[in-house]
Design a protein around this ligand. Sequence first.
Ligand SMILES: Nc1ncnc2c1ncn2[C@@H]1O[C@H](COP(=O)(O)OP(=O)(O)O)[C@@H](O)[C@H]1O
Ligand SMILES: [Mg+2]
Length: 448
Amino acid sequence: MKRSDAVIGMIDLNNYSFVAALQGLMKHLSPQIEWDGEKVDVRLERMHTRPYRVQDEECPYRVIVNRNIHWNSYATSYFMMFAQRVYMLNDVASFLAMNKNTTYGHMSHLGLNIPKTWALPSRSYEGLVDVPIHDLLHMDHDNFDLREIGRDVGYPAFLKPQSGGGWKGVSKVNNEHDLIKACDASGNTPLNLQEAIEFKEFVRVVGIGPQMLVMHFNPDAKYSHDRYLRSDKQAVEFNFISSDHYAETSRITRMINAFYKWDHNSCEMLIDKDGKVHPIDFANACPDSSLVSLHFYFPTLVKYMAQWLIYCAVTRRQKAAGYAVDWHRYFATGARNDLSYMERLEEYNKIAHDFFNTEHFLSFCEEHMPDFDQQAQDFFASDAFTEIIEKEVKYYFTFQHEWSQKIAHYRGIHEFYLSCERDRLRQKDSTTTVVSATHDQEAMGSEA
Ligand SMILES: Nc1ncnc2c1ncn2[C@@H]1O[C@H](COP(=O)(O)OP(=O)(O)O)[C@@H](O)[C@H]1O
Ligand SMILES: [Mg+2]
């Protein structure tokens, strides 16, 4: 049988564990898949920045995973040059065009419960333009009363950069005085002012292709790497939200990701006391995927990524050049007044599943990767993965005296993951109902 190579390129400059685990798992699997009359060898390589001749550069990759490099115009120009021939995770053009304000606007229009939000132009243009256009700028701007906008949104509120990440430049403002002070200090960043939602649960969903990983999030934890812990004493809580909320938050994330053609994105949602789900942050080009943050959830995320990459590489999945090609379908659904909010979400999800070709993906996994879960379990239980945990701790935590305690902490949670997964696989084998520790199969199974 004819053989071919399906090479996946990956670029990620500051995330050791995600790259190492994905590389390790892919090597462990060494997939050889019969597809379309060929035996396809799939492998993942790290990409390197280098000069290339634009006239005859050949891209050696079928798929590119672009993490953490959307700010780099050299890298993005390479990606865009091959956008027609290579499957890009994520879509470069849409990530360059979209930000918090745009996405709040689209998703409000489609009926999601986006908190009341005003977009605000930047305070200054210092450093943004290198031509003297200040006079013209003054002519181009409407004066506005920030206090009026503050009153409309109400207090407390969050003042946030239009494009941000990692809470940079985000401030909670409790009154007019705080608002004016925070705005004055914001410099050349376009902003938004958003109503603060009082929540009983904070949910963060990471999607990879059609697969959704639902996690609890604790914004009050002192360190960002502790925010996915349920509490000081408990790492994870299964069923921390109802199955209805589980489905709703998964659907919201899936439709957002499919709408913008983002294969790997996270969506933060706040559930208020009445059970209403409010998405607040869902344009994340490089969602936190590191082991020190995600602990228990980490192996599932790596597995989702591996499966999706293998599928995209082997089947030569294609994305249309324009990220908005199917938007008319979403907006037509949004405009229907015979649908309730939940029915609308269901309809949006049908469009999202069309985009991700979910049924095809699931049958591909079943047919060509029947042992995937067990093989992944073997890898995550191996010394090679323990080494990744130890190395990640040493990269991430600067104080050497913390290392042994941190390694014990992460290894302890990982042992718990392994035992939950062992139970799940045993139950799966005995063909009883699958009760997934991480809910993953449940989410896909009930919705695909
Ligand atoms: N509307 C809101 N209501 C309540 N908390 C919010 C709201 N917006 C932001 N926050 C808080 O501020 C944090 C950072 O804001 P976010 O929009 O997620 O920005 P970033 O992109 O920097 O993560 C959130 O994780 C949340 O804790
Ligand atoms: Mg956020």
